[in-house]
Design a protein around this ligand. Sequence first.
Ligand SMILES: [Zn+2]
Length: 308
Amino acid sequence: MSLDMSLNNTSHLGRPGPEELVPSRYALKIGEIDVMVVSDGVLLLPGAMVAHNADPAVRAAWLEDMFLPPDAFDWALNVVVVRSGGRTILIDAGMGVEFPDLPRSGQLLHRLEAAGIDLASVTDVVLTHMHMDHVGGLLADGVKEQLRPDLRIHVAAAEVKFWEAPDFSRVSMPPGFPDALRRTAKRFVKEYRSQLRTFETEQEVAPGVVVHRTGGHTPGHSVVRLKSGGDRLTFAGDLVFQVGFEHPEWYNGFEHDPEEAARVRVRLLRELAANGELLVATHLPFPSICHVAVDGDAFRCVPVMWDY
Ligand SMILES: [Zn+2]
């Protein structure tokens, strides 16, 4: 292996597969529940997406303080696999491979395979919401055929309803995104309608695994709460972004109801800071597992120690 290849370890050494230099998965236990965070890769997105209600100079200063480039940076894209009570649950499904502008995402399938997780073993999918970076992986070629016919896909009823006539009036997305998001959500419902198991406010998917609707980011956005023994972990989906600890009041460009998203974010971060449970979120730097601390009017993400 040459040095320049090893520097670019989010792409592949020759081809994707078990021999990837960095396997991009991290496992932990929450009591009796097995949890694995798997990276679907990264998304290169404009820096302005971190806040469309912030003074551009303040936003630029934040990016600089974080050693992030001013124009665009790589957002993490995390997916979680949970095993509890004999069920294997995929929480979100990554981007898939149909978006040539985002070529370094869509790594989930070969990384699941490398982790020894067969798609046919997945009993449940939980969707935090129906944006394409969360459902796209289910639309990749050959995936549906490998999934079980009795697969249950849990998603808030409000989310399915929203995508029948989605409102993009309050978002601030790069051109092309609203159309791609609309198209992907429509296609997803068309392909998987008979397997959807919708819920109103919450649903227990397996022992200690509860999906709970929060709204905000999208009307049916949901988080997944894990609880076993004395341990707790919340997968927050897109409620918390990297900037959301320091500036929870900043509106992310992908939020369909940004005020409500900010309210829900602050409420969740306060709760996690108070009860000490672990947080994982889709777009926090991999493997994203941290505790939340209160820091004046804002918060801090305190990463857990890597323990392998
Ligand atoms: Zn997302």
